[in-house]
Design a protein around this ligand. Structure first.
Ligand code: HMG
Ligand code: MG
Length: 299
């Protein structure tokens, strides 16, 4: 069966904007975050407290958090790689963070300048301190399906990193198809291996990039397996500057269109989101790659 309601984690302001050549003014980013909450999102991944030289697009993290007007009941998680990042986030009153691990050595090295072991050691004190402070802590497992340097990623590697992150005390795991190569059979196999290793399905989110047009099919496969947290990006913005051939995330509008047909509730208003993505496309100077935005924009 399918769930009657799911939670969308809207990653447009973070995953979407981290990969844009243009750096948008902080006021535009703040309006974006506010519009996403106004459309009914309850989980908006807002920015990253990473090294500003590594991701210059999000170097204004502090300013953004001081600029946008938060909505009651909405959570605004941010990415945090290390203790320095956590200190910066806590200073701004952040209540939810995400650390980001990799199932492969190649991407851990490129994205975090660390081996997998070293990056987990970097996260350990971050997760411990964040949990002490009562924060929600999500952990990404990037390259959970395929990797541009290593090819298909052995499922045992994904399970191993997931178990080690769980042991650190994270509250949620998001499985990243960073370069969008996964297909539904693989998604089911990875989910089954994780639940078989005693990782509860309620703690799992899916994070599909749509490089090969598989994100919606992969999402449906995950929903059928009981996943109820789905990451998506308004207008299909997104990608990772440290992963070759990563394109945009699953577009939230495409997801909403599918969920509407399936009778699955999210609380997010499709029309308001389309208006937001059309507005954002204007700011970025190029049309949204989302099919649903394209179809509905003219109406
Ligand atoms: P490093 O160069 O190894 O850093 O980078 P370090 O620990 O050696 O520190 C060097 C200097 O940087 C120090 O300054 C630190 O204070 C400073 P110094 O003492 O030399 O003056 N520093 C910082 N400054 C501000 N904020 C910080 C910070 N940390 C250190 N947080 C590091 C290691 C992790 C920092 C770097 O590799 C980094 O920032 N990486 C982030 C890469 C990134 O953001 N990638 C995109 C997000 S992941 C993604 O998109 C995938 C996802 O969507 C899921 C999926 O699709 O699969 C999540
Ligand atoms: Mg991503």
């Amino acid at each position: 069966g399918l769930p009657s309601r799911i939670t969308i984690c809207e990653v447009g302001p973070r995953d979407g904007l981290q990969n844009e050549a243009a750096v948008l003014p902080v006021a535009v980013k703040a309006e974006f975050v506010e519009r996403l909450a106004d459309a009914g999102h309850t989980l908006v991944e807002t920015t990253s407290f990473v090294h500003p030289k590594w991701v210059p697009q999000l170097a204004d993290a502090e300013q953004l958090l001081e600029t946008f007007k938060p909505t009651d009941g909405v959570r605004y998680p941010v990415l945090v790689p290390n203790q320095r990042g956590l200190e910066r986030a806590l200073a701004l009153g952040v209540r939810d963070i995400a650390v980001f691990a990799s199932a492969t050595e190649s991407f851990a090295r490129r994205n975090l300048n660390r081996s997998v072991d070293e990056s987990l050691a970097m996260f350990a004190p971050v997760v411990a301190r964040a949990r002490d402070e009562g924060l929600g802590v999500r952990a990404y497992v990037s390259m959970a399906f395929g990797d541009p340097w290593e090819g298909e990623v052995p499922i045992a590697q994904v399970v191993d990193v997931a178990r080690r992150l769980t042991a650190l005390g994270v509250t949620e795991l998001s499985l990243g198809d960073t370069i969008g190569v996964g297909t539904p059979g693989r998604v089911v196999a990875v989910l089954d291996a994780l639940t078989g290793a005693d990782i509860p399905i309620e703690s799992l989110a899916v994070h599909f990039h749509d490089t090969y047009g598989q994100a919606l099919a992969n999402t449906l496969a995950a929903l059928r397996r009981g996943v109820t947290i789905v990451d998506a990006s308004a207008g299909g913005l997104g990608g990772c500057p440290y992963a070759r051939s990563a394109t945009g995330n699953l577009a939230t509008e495409d997801l909403l269109w599918q969920l509407r047909g399936l009778g699955i509730e999210t609380g997010v208003d499709l029309n308001k989101l389309v208006e937001t993505s059309v507005w954002m496309a204007g700011k970025l100077g190029r049309p949204s790659p989302s099919r649903t935005v394209t179809a509905l924009a003219g109406e």
